[in-house]
Design a protein around this ligand. Sequence first.
Ligand code: KIV
Ligand code: ZN
Length: 532
Amino acid sequence: MSHNERAKVEADPNRVIVFDTTLRDGEQSPGCSMNLEEKLSVAIQLEAMGVDVIEAGFPIASTGDFEAVREVARTVKSATVAGLSRASRKDIDRAWEALQHAASPRIHTFISTSPLHMKFKLQMEPEDVVQAIADSVGHARNLCDNVEWSPEDATRTEPDFLCRVVETAIRAGAGTINIADTVGYTIPSEFADLIRMLCERVPNIDQAILSVHCHNDLGLAVANSLAAVHAGARQVECTVNGIGERAGNCAMEEVVMALRTRQDAMPYSTGVDTTQITKASRLVSGITGFSVQPNKAIVGANAFAHESGIHQDGMLKNAQTYEIMTPDSVGLTKSNLVMGKHSGRHAFKTKLKELGIELSDNQLMDAFGRFKDLADHKKDVYDEDILALVDDAVMRHNDRVQFVSLGVRCGSHGPQTAELELKVDGQPQRATAQGNGPVDALFTAIRSIVPHAATLQLYQVHAVTGGTDAQAQVTVRLEEDGKTVNGQGADYDTLVASARAYVNALNKLMVKRERTAPGEMERGGTSAPAAE
Ligand code: KIV
Ligand code: ZN
């Protein structure tokens, strides 16, 4: 077991370890994929906010995943870095290869234990699964002294068998046992009973920290996680904005703020600096292209907005009338400073700081260039404008395909034509194409420079602010061989934003294409690298 996490829980029995899996389970969401630079920036933010364990990826899934886990492991110093592996030596060795240089590494290995999964997915007998657990955890433990083991689909596993496999994993050296509600099936009272049962019936349970990993298929992931903490779990697995497979995972910001706000009913603590929550949420939504619904708890645009007169009146008299948490406590600061074309680099830097954005010198140079260009075309530049352009300008340095310029002829006198220049692997490439409208012409031009078979699933335009000079934020979703990616682009010119969004999606597709099946597991596993 990691001395870090063990020590934290021993020092304070009510301390809850926050295990963030945005970079692994979150990144498995349909449409989501992050490149190395993006993963690193999320990991740095998670470390800064005090997350205890960062699950950086699934090293055997692809070279890209492996490299991302390795870089996160090398970069992060104060959090434990975990890598996922199935119950095979090859997976575990690859995970260790990626993790070994971490200040505090953890191998997370898993296998399914429900009758349904063992029979149909693994095609293994229960006895063989028990043996696989002993072998895989033992092997992982020989490499790393911090091993987490998860019974996948634990909530549909027979209770006696669950007790037996948990005992086996602890005996083999697992220091954290992670009870996965893989399909989001359980309900709070039942899940709490399950955790209590494990505490009562597994003889060596005191040698491990009990963790929970809840999916949100019934909208209960946070409630189930909190019920489990109440029943004895001391690690919660979660993702920023609740992203993840299907309906997502337990949302970190919700579980952390629930524990903080309701100390009276749930006297548990985490190490998370909650004032970093808004920054983390914006970073993840900007990178993934998954916008946060306005009424989402804690981080939605309306989470602290008061529209009705009665509420506004109450708020003016005493904010506690309608607010159970302050906006400041989640890092939501209001600012009246509107930027414009006379704002200089210093004011821009101050504004970024206020918005919780830290950039390297090169990133700042790019972002400031984009800001100046925007300010030349838009009288008032608001916080939302800056957030949109920073997302767009900063994370794209290492992309293989880069937008350079676009000229468009459109209107009622056709033919609508796009003249496009991109850089592909650093080489300028130009194309001119006609289409049924300017967007069609533009996307045809992109396809002629970067031929691909992906189909366009979604093309969506939002105005970032009000006014006819508002920036457009465009989302493009592409699908190829069952893999989907979301790209985003922002610009005061809707067609330039469209080109940026399409190019962003193409770059993400290239990252995703790398994820080929790593081959069959040694012991009857699935060939698919993804776990839910
Ligand atoms: O949902 C799940 O079962 C998982 C495991 C790998 C923990 O993500
Ligand atoms: Zn999961």
